[in-house]
Design a protein around this ligand. Structure first.
Ligand SMILES: Cc1cc2nc3c(=O)[nH]c(=O)nc-3n(C[C@H](O)[C@H](O)[C@H](O)COP(=O)(O)OP(=O)(O)OC[C@H]3O[C@@H](n4cnc5c(N)ncnc54)[C@H](O)[C@@H]3O)c2cc1C
Length: 414
């Protein structure tokens, strides 16, 4: 168990933490993922005393986000966490996009690739001194309009004016606090991650995004990108886990990708996985009763999104930015009642970010599942269009052929 570092600042106590000896922190953050760490840094930079409670000393080595855009890195930069994040990230500058079986465009796009656990550990190591970190499991909570109390499994107790729940997909603390989770879409997305022996040498900083072609029902796209010394692949599908398509992919990943994306194989060669294939099913869930005294929920703990859309971290950092903007006013007056907390969930930027992420997550799935129909329509439309064009060309040629004959016809005598 890690004890608070000796050099950490002692929080000022300006209210009685419910008859306990525990010092009163301004903010207690539970969960050391990207949301919890960023919020802890943001609050500390505003001069708040912050206690961060992490379940483990390092982030579990699990398959999570592997890319985000320069705007997310910009948020980390502003929080003083960007240098740590950049140290474990591979910068990407160009997207090569393939659709309908062929290359359609190449464009500039500043992004970063990383292994999420390494990114989180690097960000955690860069936290400002104003954040006190402890490792442990919350066993009991007592929350209210003034003081929030947390008791860890080993008996340590901590008090704070505001409790921020940033526990991602972990449900235990949410249940303990009485939050209800609604399953918006069960098994919404099935994502695969693997290293590849990609035969086409991606130039440093280039990534390829290839949409499944006609017949690739249930597959959104494959993306290939450099991550450190490897070429990494993420395949985003809407297959049910353990279903026929998922099993067929695991049995023959190379053959399945060639069948789903023959245009990719023609343009760049076969995609061969190297080493283990990681597989991760994702449910879309959201909290339905978030507003209560003293407690705020951020990041995936509040709602999850489809990773094919790639905005999980953007949404988590948007939560952090919105909440951080409200903290000065919240701490300027006594109490941390539901009216203050409610203003976070009603904030237009939060509402817009949630609606966009969840809305697009569901729309992407619907569109992908209907891809065969759409593709058939598009290909029928382009056949009709091509035939129409051909008819115009033929008619023009006919006219041209007829014209010399016409001009050679002796003019009628005036
Ligand atoms: C396969 C996959 C691919 C993805 N790809 C992308 C992508 O390309 N781009 C993108 O932007 N997003 C992507 N996402 C989503 C992104 O990973 C998440 O949105 C983001 O990591 C959420 O961060 P968070 O801090 O809210 O949660 P987390 O990172 O899950 O952090 C929560 C932390 O809380 C801890 N915890 C849980 N319970 C407790 C407890 N009781 N006490 C203390 N600690 C606790 C956990 O151990 C964890 O450290 C992907 C997700 C998956 C699964």
């Amino acid at each position: 168990m890690i004890q608070p570092e000796a050099a950490d600042p002692v929080p000022e106590s300006n209210a009685s933490p419910m008859q306990t000896e525990a010092p009163l922190y301004d903010v207690l953050v539970v969960g050391a993922g990207i949301a919890g760490l960023s919020l802890a840094a943001a609050a500390a930079r505003e001069g708040r005393t912050v206690l961060l409670i992490a379940a483990r000393d390092t982030h579990p080595r699990e398959f999570r986000a592997e890319k985000f855009s320069s705007s997310e890195m910009g948020v980390l930069d502003r929080l003083g966490l960007g240098t740590g994040a950049r140290a474990v990230a591979t910068p990407l500058h160009t997207v090569i996009e393939g659709r309908w079986g062929r290359l359609i465009k190449r464009m500039a796009s500043q992004e970063f690739a990383f292994h999420y656990p390494e990114l989180v550990d690097a960000v955690r190591a860069a936290l400002p001194r104003g954040v006190t970190s402890v490792t442990g499991r919350v066993a009991a909570t007592a929350t209210g309009a003034d003081v929030q109390m947390l008791t860890l499994a080993d008996g340590r107790r901590f008090a704070g004016r505001l409790l921020v729940v940033a526990t991602g997909l972990g449900e235990g603390l949410q249940r303990e606090l009485g939050f209800e989770r609604r399953l918006v879409s069960q098994g919404n997305t099935l994502v695969y991650g693997f290293n590849t022996a990609f035969t086409y040498a991606l130039l440093a900083g280039e990534q390829l995004i290839w949409s499944a072609e006609a017949g690739g029902d249930g597959v959104a796209y494959l993306t290939l990108f450099p991550l450190g010394t490897q070429i990494r692949a993420n395949l985003f599908t809407y297959w049910p886990r353990g279903g026929t398509a998922a099993e067929a992919f695991l049995a023959d990943p190379t053959g399945t990708m060639r069948r789903l994306m023959p245009g990719l194989a023609r343009a760049y060669g076969t995609i061969e996985p190297v080493g283990a294939i990681q597989q991760r099913p994702i449910d879309l869930v959201e909290i339905t009763n978030p507003v209560r005294d003293g407690v705020v929920v951020i990041g995936d703990a509040f709602c999850t999104t489809c990773p094919a859309y790639g905005t999980g971290i953007r949404k988590a950092l948007s939560d952090v930015t919105v909440l951080a903007s409200l903290l000065p006013a919240w701490f300027a007056t006594p109490g941390m009642g539901a009216a203050k907390i409610g203003s976070y969930y009603k904030h237009p930027k939060k509402v817009a970010a949630d609606q966009l992420s969840v809305g697009v997550s569901l729309r992407l799935r619907r569109m992908t599942m209907g891809r065969d129909l759409v593709s058939r329509f598009l290909s029928l439309r382009s056949t009709v269009y091509r035939r129409g064009q051909q008819a115009v060309v033929d008619a023009a040629a006919k006219l041209r052929r007829a014209a010399p004959a016409a001009s050679g016809t002796p003019a009628a005598n005036p």
